[in-house]
Write a protein that binds this ligand. Sequence first.
Ligand SMILES: *[C@@H]1O[C@H](CO)[C@@H](O)[C@H](O)[C@H]1NC(C)=O
Ligand SMILES: *[C@@H]1O[C@H](CO)[C@@H](O)[C@H](O)[C@H]1NC(C)=O
Ligand SMILES: *[C@@H]1O[C@H](CO)[C@@H](O)[C@H](O)[C@H]1NC(C)=O
Length: 185
Amino acid sequence: MGASAIFLFLLLSSLAFRQQIFHQPLIFVKGDMDLIQKTCKNTKYYDLCVSSLKSNATSSKADTKGLALIMIGIGIANATATSSYLSSQLPSSANDTILKKVLKECADKYSYAGDALQASVQDLAVESYDYAYMHIMAAADYPNGCHNAFKRYPELAYPPEIARREKGLKQICDVVLGIVDLLGW
Ligand SMILES: *[C@@H]1O[C@H](CO)[C@@H](O)[C@H](O)[C@H]1NC(C)=O
Ligand SMILES: *[C@@H]1O[C@H](CO)[C@@H](O)[C@H](O)[C@H]1NC(C)=O
Ligand SMILES: *[C@@H]1O[C@H](CO)[C@@H](O)[C@H](O)[C@H]1NC(C)=O
């Protein structure tokens, strides 16, 4: 096979594999140690998913919904940490009114992202999966508000540290969406 044939073969196999993952009914039992791996296979960032879930001891006894809640908790902590980090940068930007304004806006956006994730916890509690989905999507979108605030002022460079945090939170939200997809709705 030529390189492109191999590529096509791999692409088709991986698509078939994904179809299987997405369309098989997923019935997992509590306490299944493989549950983390199986659940994370349905997400875009397997390694991030597994390492994040394993960092919380309660995940070994959690069902799929429990894993979603643990991952949301990690997302809330992440968004809150970034909001605090941005607020902590305000004093040193005191003489730069534009930067200060933008950092404040960014701190607010990350705080709203945390709130949206918190709302999704409530949604899951009452099995409103569509609302949970919407709130998680909103949480993933708030960092764009910060990035756009920087873009409004071309004289301000988008700091690599914020870019890194933006990517991190979006990936966590993507993982949460992949897990919520597995819940029965
Ligand atoms: C583990 O996750 C649960 C559920 O989200 C949370 O209540 C608990 O605080 C987490 N533990 C740690 C150590 O983060
Ligand atoms: C959360 O945010 C920090 C930056 O504060 C980042 O280093 C980390 O990788 C992020 N992700 C997780 C899963 O904690
Ligand atoms: C802001 O400007 C004032 C006066 O020029 C200066 O004394 C102060 O150190 C500056 N603060 C910062 C954080 O750069």
